[in-house]
Design a protein around this ligand. Structure first.
Ligand code: IVH
Length: 743
């Protein structure tokens, strides 16, 4: 195959994959089996391996994340990203409508109501239809360039217009040729018959597209997609899906990491990551609702038609929107949104009300910070007030101390709450929470109750500040503060005594848990009894337990003791990943343990691997690799491994897939240094990885090649000292099978 042929096939595959991504991630309905999708993807990867020049930022293969950045670049917004004024009552909302009417005397006003998505505002820039830059809002004028992170979000189109050749959704909804049969026929802006507020989906069916024929102010668009302006900036909100958030938090807790407080923090923490490979694993999504800079050409004249236009272009837009013509209709829409928003897969904290007509918007303009034509209506969260009786501290399996609010029981959203989380020390300090305070509690994410505020006016002066204990409440050993743990930002206090009964109990329980060694009967109560009676100090002790020891425990018959021992015996043959996960090594969750199991044949191989070798496993980054090395450093852990081996536990991996030598550089490690003539560091790394090689950050005896450009510094010196082969970009191109530059 020539490069030209490969280019044509690559473009075809990329287009097809994008159409399927759109169908699945934006429209929510797959039109191809996973297997067929994987086949297309595989073919694309194979082509890129043979012709690395095909690896462009717009390729679907780049969604998995790239080389970590050292910092985010700053981006200036061509059009400032404004904020919104808030209202909290129906009266204020009616006043807002009156204010706008006064600015536009005698003119009919139309409104669009959208959910206020509780995420992070971002701006996406497309040039000639290609996604070029994505940025955070920052201070409104300048934000961070988070392009690499945003590229990992599957519903975000990497190029616009790629769906135009054959529309997947046309087979489902009939496509733009469909006659205008929706109640909105004739153009939204002409339908002024004073119908009640309604939702786009209510009036136009569940699938986007039904009112397409009426898009762009009533003019019938050409079949296919609308033309894409040379520069198009689209704005919206990145959020973490509720279901994804819960799963992610469960995994974090299982890996001994701190849970995120809510989906918003979790999305914010994810976008702040410098390593886009981590972001690629986070369940992020994006919804778009406004425009920034847009050059020339036909563009929609109203918010409603703009949302339709964005949908046509392949963006995900708010799943319910309401079209209103009066304050009464607005109030009805807001009430309806409040009823249905619990069913959305993102959190909403209100409604956004926007004047529909762009010309009217332009004429009334904005204040220094917010537009005069839009407002956010915030729903009151389900809250309750109660007294904070005490703050207790729970000790987890990794020794992490979690502060818990002990409350005067209070009824909130369907249940009685006596305890609520206080997250961490920083949280308590920021909110100035004191024992004896009257506090406001909220069901965050409608599940976990949290203390969100203090009623300062209710203070008597008798309240007491809280400081974290310097000794562990369980074992009395010293506690230590760990700072900058990760993007959850809050500092963590830990009990440093690994023999602490709370930690031992936690470790036993975790080892026995279903996701780990799956030992029936080894729950919280059993773990507590075993530790309390001194029968078990670590997980290896489980394998020396005798029936009579167990049968002597409180509320334990011979039968359940026998069942538990049978479960312990059965666990000896569990696969390696379960054992690895069960050991409770910080940051090694079930997913990480499986990745290790696929890459290494046995526990001995995992424990003998160096940092680079560990990172060679799929999805194993520096955090997990270093945590494993640190764990192995501890003599007590090495002894534990030997006792488990002596007890007869399986150390081999059934998941192990020997790495088939894939690509001309399989098994070779490269280090990049200096500035290469034409390739950026990212592009060179991608080229090496596509050819099966690995890129490492530092030169060692294990390095096979150093690729040096101009201004190579200490890495080049080290390579020369160690006798590592040094090559340049032309040699690299030959080795990877890439076309030499210029062909
Ligand atoms: S419009 C100039 N629409 O709310 C108008 N914002 O409190 C710009 N938000 O910064 C914003 N959902 O991050 C708009 N449907 C929606 C929204 C929305 C959430 C966020 C956005 C904005 C903040 C203002």
């Amino acid at each position: 195959m020539t490069l030209t042929e490969a280019q044509a096939r690559h473009a075809q595959l990329a287009g097809e994959i994008q159409r399927h991504d759109h169908a699945y991630y934006v429209m929510g309905q797959a039109v191809i089996s996973d297997r067929d999708y994987d086949r297309l993807y595989r073919e694309l990867l194979d082509l890129e391996q043979t012709f690395p020049a095909l690896i462009t930022p717009a390729s679907p293969s780049q969604r998995v994340g790239g080389a970590p950045l050292s910092e985010f670049k700053s981006v200036r917004h061509a059009v400032p990203m404004m904020s919104l004024d808030n209202t909290y009552s129906q009266a204020e909302l009616t006043e807002f409508v009156q204010r706008v009417q006064k600015l536009l005397p005698g003119e009919p006003l139309e409104w669009v109501v959208e959910p206020k998505v509780d995420g992070l505002a971002v701006s996406l820039r497309y040039e000639s239809g290609a996604f070029t830059v994505g940025a955070t809002r920052g201070d409104g004028t300048q934000g961070d360039d988070i392009t690499a992170n945003l590229r990992t979000i599957r519903s975000l189109p990497l190029s616009l217009g790629a769906r135009s050749s054959h529309r997947l959704d046309a087979t489902v909804v009939g496509g733009p040729e469909t006659a205008c049969g929706s109640p909105l026929a004739g153009g939204l802006l002409e339908a002024k018959t004073g119908e009640r507020a309604r939702s786009a989906q209510d009036s136009a069916g569940d699938l986007p597209g039904d009112s397409r024929c009426c898009a762009r102010d009533g003019r019938t668009p050409e079949p296919g997609q609308p033309a894409v302006p040379a520069v198009l900036e689209v704005r919206g909100e990145v959020y973490m899906t509720r279901s994804g958030f819960e799963k992610l938090n469960a995994e974090r807790v299982a890996a001994g990491e701190e849970a995120f407080a809510n989906p918003r923090n979790s999305a914010a923490g994810s976008l702040k990551q410098l390593d886009s490979k981590i972001v690629a694993q986070r369940p992020l999504d994006i919804v778009l609702y406004s425009l920034g800079e847009v050059t020339e050409g036909a563009r929609p004249g109203s918010q409603w038609t703009m949302l339709e236009w964005l949908k046509e272009l392949g963006f995900k837009t708010p799943e319910r929107t309401w079209f209103c013509r009066s304050a009464e209709e607005l109030l009805a829409a807001i009430a309806e949104l409040d009823k249905v928003r619990g069913g959305f897969n993102y959190e909403t904290d209100g409604a956004v009300i926007k004047l529909n007509d762009f010309d009217q918007q332009r004429r009334i303009g904005a204040t220094a910070k917010a537009p005069r034509w839009a407002i956010a209506y915030k729903y009151a969260a389900e809250q309750a007030r109660t007294r904070l009786k005490a703050i207790t501290v729970q000790v987890g399996r990794t020794g992490a101390l979690t502060p818990v609010a002990e409350l005067e029981p209070v009824f909130l959203a369907g249940s009685t709450i006596g305890r609520a989380t206080l997250h961490n020390e920083d949280y308590i300090r920021e909110k100035d929470i004191r024992i004896g305070d009257t506090v406001v509690i909220e069901k965050a994410g409608e599940v976990i109750p949290a203390v969100v505020a203090v009623e300062l006016a209710a203070r008597t002066g008798a309240e007491q500040g809280f400081s974290f204990p310097t000794t562990c409440p369980e074992c009395g050993a010293a506690t230590a503060k760990e700072t900058g743990a990760d993007e959850t930002a809050g500092a963590i206090w830990r009990c440093v005594n690994r023999e602490c009964p709370a930690q031992v109990r936690g470790r036993i329980e975790h080892w026995c848990s279903r996701g780990a060694m799956d030992i029936e009967g080894g729950g919280e109560v059993m773990a507590a009894q075993l530790v309390k009676h001194g029968l078990v100090r670590d997980v290896a002790d489980l394998y020396t337990l005798k029936l009579e020891q167990l049968a002597a425990l409180e509320r334990m018959g011979e039968k359940s003791a026998g069942n538990f021992l049978a479960g312990v015996a059965a666990s000896k043959t569990r696969d390696l990943w379960r054992l690895l996960f069960g050991l409770g090594i910080l940051h090694v969750g079930a997913g990480g343990a499986k990745s290790l199991g696929r890459h290494f044949a046995s526990l001995d191989e995992v424990l003998a691997a160096g940092e680079d070798q560990l990172q060679a496993a799929q999805d194993i980054g520096v955090v997990i690799a270093q945590s494993l090395l640190q764990w192995r450093e501890d003599k007590r852990n090495r002894e534990l491994v030997e006792r488990l081996r002596a007890a007869g536990l399986n150390f081999t991996s059934q998941l192990y897939q020997p790495q088939a030598a894939a690509g001309p550089l399989a098994g070779k490690t490269f280090v990049l240094t200096g500035t290469l003539p034409t390739l950026t560091r990212e592009a060179a790394a991608a080229m090496i990885e596509a050819a099966g090689g690995r890129v490492s950050g530092s030169v060692s005896k294990k390095t096979d090649y150093v690729v040096a450009g101009t201004e190579s510094g200490s890495k080049l010196e080290k390579a020369q000292k160690l006798g590592v082969t040094v090559i340049g970009e032309p040699e690299l191109r030959v080795m990877t099978g890439a076309q030499p530059k210029g062909i």
